[in-house]
Design a protein around this ligand. Structure first.
Ligand SMILES: Nc1ncnc2c1ncn2[C@@H]1O[C@H](COP(=O)(O)OP(=O)(O)OP(=O)(O)O)[C@@H](O)[C@H]1O
Ligand SMILES: [Mg+2]
Length: 377
């Protein structure tokens, strides 16, 4: 596995040394897969779902064929079919005898093949005549993979299939019945749009109802992240104090991507020992890089919607958005207008509803960097 240039990578998976904790989550998922249970993995954005999927793949026994597919990149059922076939092909490419069988079958479909210039992985395009032909092809690919022994297919951002220009419920129903017929293949369905994914798996009207084990992925324990950060600095003959790490974790609000992003900067700027100034300077750099997109965001909504967004940011966590206290503190007018603005902000995924440890719901800005930027205004 390639080494990252900085021990705090912000893209991709570089192996267990650069991955903090998730021990229990990894073991629970592996145990579910080994015991024949499919999984739904829920988490807000950038908490580490995709990373965890690759971490699980890394720890599964070599005999498992591990297929990863980002459904968000498939804008239609046809894209999905092509991407799934390519993902299976890339996964089995490590095993010569299996690869040969899969290649022989796929060549009968006359694909146009190419290599992705960035990752080097194989891409393919088959010109399907109909939806029915695509369904038959997916079915055959799954059956073939199933015949190769244990395997796992991760369909990341699976809720995206609802956005296709086809009858997605009928696709869900068909896929569910295909999934059920496989003996050796397990599935991980994951996504960050909780309401969409939860509707698919928890509504009695939907085909996937009660068919998977749910995993909600939370923030990484702070004391584990402190040890992880300190160790990486130490391995590079650098020092960072607990107080400085706490400053990083609290700015990032425990969000994995933001912690990595800030640690990446701070690490690159540290000469021998880091301090508060280095951290502040790194934060300012991050704000400066995002400023233009935040200004564009402000012009993409009404002034009132922007004011409500700013008020939520300044409050941090908002438990009662229509309370007199919140409305008067930020001078927001009527509760009906606040609710309308909130509906807009949640539909654009700028604001998210979370549950606290006691199960009480609250609203918070999705993008913590945007939240911090609005807080300092
Ligand atoms: N346990 C971890 N230790 C260190 N870095 C991690 C860990 N988990 C995730 N990361 C890093 O944090 C960033 C965000 O993680 P990831 O992409 O897995 O999140 P995600 O929940 O899939 O996000 P999205 O909602 O955008 O798909 C990535 O750069 C990833 O490498
Ligand atoms: Mg992801």
């Amino acid at each position: 596995m390639a080494e990252p240039f900085n021990p705090f990578p912000i893209y991709g998976y570089f192996g267990p040394s650069y991955f903090c904790n998730r021990q229990r989550e990894k073991e629970n998922i592996i145990s579910a897969l080994r015991n024949g249970r499919n999984i739904t993995l829920y988490a807000p954005r950038r908490i580490g779902k995709t990373g965890l999927i690759h971490h699980v793949f890394h720890h599964l026994d070599k005999k498992w064929n591990c297929v990863y597919l980002d459904v968000q990149e498939a804008f239609s059922f046809k894209d999905f079919t092509n991407a799934l076939l390519a993902a299976v092909l890339n996964s089995v490419s490590k095993n010569n005898s299996v690869l040969k069988k899969f290649q022989e079958w796929i060549l009968t479909l006359r694909p146009v093949m190419s290599a992705n210039p960035h990752s080097g992985s194989l891409q393919l395009e088959i010109d399907f005549a109909s939806d029915a032909q695509q369904r038959t092809t997916v079915k055959e690919a799954l059956r073939l993979l199933d015949s190769f022994g244990p395997g796992v297919i991760a369909l990341d951002e699976f809720q995206q299939i609802n956005a296709w220009d086809t009858d997605s419920i009928s696709i869900e129903g068909w896929l569910r019945s295909e999934v059920q017929q496989l003996k050796n293949i397990r599935f991980i369905f994951s996504g960050s749009q909780f309401h969409l994914l939860s509707e698919m798996f928890n509504s009695a009207k939907r085909p996937f109802y009660a068919s998977t084990q749910a995993f909600a992925l939370g923030k990484i324990n702070a004391s584990d992240y402190i040890t992880f950060i300190q160790q990486h600095f130490k391995d590079n003959r650098l020092k960072i104090g607990k107080e400085e790490i706490s400053q990083i974790l609290s700015w990032a609000d425990g969000n994995t991507y933001n912690i990595q992003l800030l640690c990446n900067r701070v690490f690159s700027k540290t000469k021998k020992e880091t301090n508060r100034e280095v951290i502040d300077e790194s934060i300012l750099e991050i704000y400066a890089e995002n400023k233009l997109s935040y200004l564009a965001l402000s012009t993409s909504m009404s002034r009132y919607q922007w004011r409500v967004l700013t008020a939520i940011a300044q409050q941090g966590k908002v438990y009662q958005i229509t309370s007199k206290d919140f409305i008067t503190t930020y001078d927001l007018g009527s509760s009906a207008s606040v609710l309308r603005a909130l509906e807009f902000l949640t539909s654009r995924e700028l604001v998210y509803q979370y549950l606290d440890d006691a199960g009480k719901p609250f609203y918070e800005i999705y993008d913590i960097i945007l939240m911090r930027w609005l807080q300092k205004k």
